[in-house]
Write a protein that binds this ligand. Sequence first.
Ligand SMILES: [Ca+2]
Length: 186
Amino acid sequence: MKKYFLFVASAIILSACTNSGNPGNNANPRKDRIEITNDLENAKGIVPSWFNEKHVIAMTSPAAHSGNNACITADTAEFSYQYQELLKNINNEVPKRVVFSGWGYTTVANPKFSVICNISENQKLYNWKAFPLDNDLKETGKWVEFSADFYLDDKPLKPEMEIRLYAWNQAKVPVYIDDLKVTFLY
Ligand SMILES: [Ca+2]
């Protein structure tokens, strides 16, 4: 009987140890990944850190990827809805990498279309990167998932710097985006 209790007790201790090692718990408050999503449905109500909502429109043909709204880019709307924030307002350290992902719909195959990541210091451009999506948008008439990945460790960052992420359409024909996600990795 004593042996049985000893066995049960060690099983409980073992299970407690296993749980404490579970990455799902919040033992470590340090944020090494921050995800910000925007389905564009509330863009007109002004979402903090998001700008250029004049290019977010109610969609009918084609339908939006989610809900009613998506962002149009075209010849008169080269730059998309954009994420813009000071690095210090996002986390208490500067990011090593950022990913701008979402869904895109093109009306011409392989449009000249890129995601831009620009970093400025006191309104002055400090770093500028483009991630072309021409090959990701090879099929017209359907929503396809895209992901633009930027490594930010080529130039040292300061918490006071500002990051902007947006799409740039140089194709002069409509390309729509929806369900955007910005992922910061630290
Ligand atoms: Ca939407």
